[in-house]
Design a protein around this ligand. Structure first.
Ligand code: ARG
Length: 467
C-alpha cells in the first residue's frame, strides 16, 4: 500500500513490486538521518509560515508533531516502514497521519534538496566530533612522548637503523600528520556548511521561499560574518556530492596515517624490538598459543584502512558519468559516507585509548640506541668540521666502518691509530662523537630530534592542546 504522501499515489495505479521496493529502499541505512531530517523540516516549515504558506497554528501543529515523532524515534518506539522507502517519506507520512497540515510541509521542497540538506547537517556535526577526537589522539601522542622524554631510539630509513632520535620526536611526527588531517577536515567543513534547501527537485521553486532564513535557522552561516550561506545553482545544489568526496578523501588519508602508526606500534611491540608494552586490556590472546599477546587494535586499524580507501574510490566512481542532476545512483553515497566516518572515528578513539595504556621499555630502547653505527653520520660531520669536503668525509667514514667490521669491533672501540689509518684529520677528541647525550644536544635545528628542540616542540604542543 502506498501512503498519501508517496509521490507515486496520483500517477501510478499501485505500489512498486515487492522486489523493487526491497531493492530501492534506503530506510535500512538512512534512518540515522532522522534528527537532521526533523531539524530541516522544522526550519522549512518556519519559513513557510513566514511567507504565508502556513498559518501560525499549522506551523505549531507541524512542529509539535515532528517533535513528538522525534521523541518516539529516540525511544526506539517509531515504526520504520520499508514500503515508505526512506527516512524522509517515513517521517512525512507519519506526520501527515497525525497532523493534516503535514500535507503542506513539502511545499517548495523535494527529497532531492531534502536529502542534500540532511547529509550536510549530519556531516557537519560528524566533522566537529571527529575534530575533538583527533585532538585527543594528538594529546595521547604528546603525553606518551612526554612520559618518556629521556628515551632515545634508533630512527629508521628503509627499516634499517639510521640515526638516533628521541622517542618523543617519533611521536611528534604523528602529531604533525594529524594536525594536517585536522586542517583538511576543517577546510572540508566550510564546503559542507552551505544550505541547498530551496533548490527543489532541480529548478528551485516559483514560490517566494526565503532561502537565507532557512540557512540561518539551520546555522549554515559563515562563522566569521554570521551571514547565511546558500548554494548558488539549483542544479548543482541537488547533485553536488563533492563535499562528501572531500571528506572521504581526508578520511582516507587520516586512515593511512593511523595505519602507519599502527605498523610502528606492531613492530615496536614485537619481541624483536620490544620498545613498548601495550596494556593487556588493549591486546588479545591466541586461542591456541598460550603465550601470545597480540596487538589486534593496531592490526585492525591498519586493516580498516582498506575499507576507508575503498569508500573514497566507490564515491568517486559513483559520481563519474552521472548526468545532471539528481540520479537515484546518489542514494548509494550514504553507506560509504557513514562507513568512512564511523570507521575513522572508531580507529581514532581506540588508538588514543591504547596509547594512554602504552609504556616504553627503556632498557631495550637504550640498547638499540647505543649502536655506535647510528652516529656514523656524526663522524662524517666531525671531519667536515675539520675542513674535509662532505663527499670525502662520507667515503672516509665508510672505510672506518668497514675497518670496524673487519676487526670485529664496535665503531666506537677503534683506537686512535685505527681512525687515523683512514684519515689524519681524526684527533683524540673523536671519541666524543660517540657520546649519545652530546650527539643529541648537537641537533639544534628547527624540527631536529635534538634535546632542546624536542623539549621545545613538546612544550609547544602541550600548550596548543591544553583544553
Ligand atoms: N533516498 C533518496 C536518496 O538517498 C532520497 C532522494 C530520493 N529522490 C528521488 N527523486 N527519488 O538519494
Amino acid at each position: 500500500m502506498s501512503s498519501p504522501v508517496v509521490s507515486r499515489s496520483g500517477r501510478f495505479s499501485g505500489g512498486p513490486a515487492a522486489e523493487v521496493a526491497a531493492f530501492s529502499e534506503s530506510i535500512s541505512f538512512d534512518w540515522r538521518l532522522w534528527s537532521q531530517d526533523l531539524r530541516g523540516s522544522i526550519a522549512h516549515a518556519t519559513m513557510l509560515q513566514k511567507i504565508g504558506v502556513l498559518t501560525k497554528s499549522e506551523l505549531k501543529s507541524i512542529r509539535t508533531g515532528l517533535q513528538e515523532i522525534g521523541r518516539e524515534i529516540a525511544e526506539g518506539k517509531f515504526q520504520w516502514k520499508l514500503e515508505l522507502e526512506d527516512v524522509h517519506m517515513n517521517i512525512e507520512a507519519e506526520l501527515t497521519k497525525r497532523v493534516p497540515a503535514g500535507a503542506k510541509l513539502h511545499t517548495g521542497r523535494s527529497r532531492n534538496d531534502q536529502v542534500a540538506v540532511d547529509v550536510r547537517l549530519w556531516l557537519r556535526d560528524e566533522i566537529e566530533a571527529l575534530d575533538l577526537e583527533l585532538h585527543d589522539l594528538q594529546r595521547a601522542l604528546v603525553d606518551l612522548g612526554s612520559r618518556h622524554a629521556e628515551v632515545v631510539i634508533p630512527g629508521y630509513t628503509h627499516l634499517q637503523r639510521a640515526q638516533p632520535v628521541y622517542f618523543a620526536h617519533h611521536c611528534l611526527a604523528y602529531v604533525e600528520m594529524l594536525a594536517r588531517d585536522i586542517d583538511r577536515m576543517e577546510d572540508c567543513w566550510t564546503r559542507v556548511n552551505v544550505c541547498p534547501l530551496g533548490s527543489g527537485a532541480i529548478a528551485g521553486s516559483t514560490l517566494p521561499l526565503d532561502r537565507e532564513l532557512v540557512a540561518t535557522l539551520l546555522d549554515f552561516t559563515d562563522p566569521r560574518t554570521g551571514k547565511p550561506r546558500v548554494t548558488q545553482n539549483s542544479m548543482d545544489g541537488v547533485s553536488d556530492r563533492d563535499f562528501m568526496i572531500e571528506f572521504a578523501a581526508a578520511a582516507a588519508l587520516l586512515a593511512v596515517h593511523l595505519s602507519r602508526l599502527s605498523e610502528d606500534l606492531i613492530l615496536w611491540v614485537s619481541s624483536e624490538f620490544s620498545f613498548i608494552k601495550i596494556a593487556d586490556a588493549y591486546t588479545t590472546g591466541s586461542s591456541l598459543m598460550p603465550q601470545k599477546k597480540n596487538p589486534d587494535v593496531a592490526e585492525l586499524t591498519r586493516g580498516k584502512t582498506g575499507r576507508v580507501v575503498g569508500n573514497l574510490m566507490a564515491l568517486l566512481t559513483l559520481l563519474k558519468g552521472l548526468p545532471m542532476t539528481y540520479n537515484r545512483d546518489l542514494q548509494e553515497d550514504k553507506e560509504r559516507l557513514f562507513d568512512s566516518a564511523d570507521t575513522v572515528r572508531g580507529c581514532v578513539r581506540l588508538m588514543a585509548a591504547m596509547l594512554a595504556h602504552t609504556t616504553v621499555n627503556a632498557e631495550p630502547c637504550a640498547r638499540a640506541a647505543s649502536d655506535p653505527l647510528l652516529l656514523a653520520t656524526d663522524l662524517a660531520d666531525y671531519l667536515v668540521r675539520q675542513g674535509m669536503p662532505f663527499r670525502e668525509a662520507h667515503h672516509v667514514v665508510g672505510s672506518v666502518v668497514s675497518l670496524a667490521e673487519m676487526t670485529g669491533k664496535p665503531l666506537d672501540r677503534l683506537t686512535l691509530e685505527e681512525f687515523q689509518s683512514c684519515s689524519d684529520k681524526f684527533g683524540a677528541d673523536v671519541t666524543s662523537v660517540f657520546q649519545l647525550g652530546k650527539a643529541m644536544a648537537r641537533r639544534q635545528l628547527t624540527g631536529a630530534p635534538g634535546t632542546k628542540e624536542v623539549r621545545r616542540q613538546l612544550a609547544r604542543w602541550q600548550k596548543q592542546l591544553a583544553k
